[in-house]
Ligand binder design. Structure first.
Ligand code: ADP
Ligand code: ADP
Length: 222
């Protein structure tokens, strides 16, 4: 599902020696769950960016959803990207669109019928406890509510791969627990999930296989 072999990554703006990822190799099978750990600056966001097909490795081999990213054409990458659900640290919601339409975006990209979209969005709005907020715009919501919208948007189209960067940092303990239960259920159904976090309480409550980065190198895979 995910395979990296000696993947290195350097931002165009980085100085000499300033690689964000250094010869990282690991696999994640379909239905695998991975914590992605490491201090600030270790390379977690950069790794998630590569897995989200938002950048290509500077060197090394990367396969995502079984496809080699290196030689892939842009159109092929765009098709793959639609099978990935992403929760970004800063949510990336569209501020001028109602919550309903923010969440519906991945389904509209799939050209699903509007009546199906309405049912699916209603159901997930209820699950994240925002049934009354469908018509609100993201700037009217609290941080925790915005994060729940971002989570709903990331999972609504049942992606094969979910990538989440600190998806619980604006949630309370109860909501964070529900998200972890959802991830566990989705992984059980074959969804591959990678979650970057600093939340030690959560990691202790939900022990799982961890990938740990330090200064761009993978220092733990287990
Ligand atoms: P965190 O540890 O919370 O992930 P960082 O401090 O690594 O955050 O980065 C915060 C933001 O600044 C990110 O969007 C990152 O892409 C950007 N950033 C970090 N380091 C650099 C850099 N050397 N040059 C340009 N942008 C950077
Ligand atoms: P983390 O998410 O673990 O905090 P990052 O992937 O954000 O780590 O950062 C890894 C390294 O890449 C850091 O040295 C950071 O300064 C650098 N970096 C991150 N974003 C950028 C960017 N946009 N341009 C240049 N360097 C960056």
């Amino acid at each position: 599902m995910i395979r990296l072999r000696d993947v290195s990554f350097r931002y165009d703006t980085a100085g000499p020696g300033g690689a964000a990822l250094r010869q990282v190799s690991f696999d994640v099978p379909q239905g695998g769950f991975r914590w992605l750990l490491g201090p600030s600056g270790a390379g977690k966001s950069s790794l998630l960016r590569l897995l989200a097909l938002g950048a290509r490795p500077t060197s090394g081999r990367l396969e995502v959803l079984g496809a080699a990213v290196d030689g892939a054409r842009r159109a092929a990458l765009a098709r793959l990207r639609r099978r990935i659900g992403i929760v970004q640290q800063d949510f990336r919601l569209l501020p001028d669109l109602p919550v309903f339409d923010n969440i519906a975006l991945p389904l509209r990209l799939q050209r699903r019928p509007e009546d199906e979209i309405r049912d699916e969005v209603r159901a997930i709005l209820d699950w994240v406890g925002l049934g009354e907020r469908a018509a609100s715009r993201p700037p009217q919501l609290s941080g925790g509510e915005q994060q729940r919208v971002a989570i709903a948007r990331a999972v609504i189209h049942r992606p094969a791969l979910i990538l989440a960067d600190e998806p619980t940092n604006a949630l309370d303990e109860y909501q964070a627990g529900r998200l972890m239960e959802l991830f566990r259920d989705l992984a059980g159904l074959g969804t591959t999930i990678v979650v970057a976090t600093h939340n030690d309480t959560l990691i202790r409550r939900y022990p799982a296989h961890a990938l740990e980065l330090a200064q761009g190198r993978l220092v733990r895979d287990g």
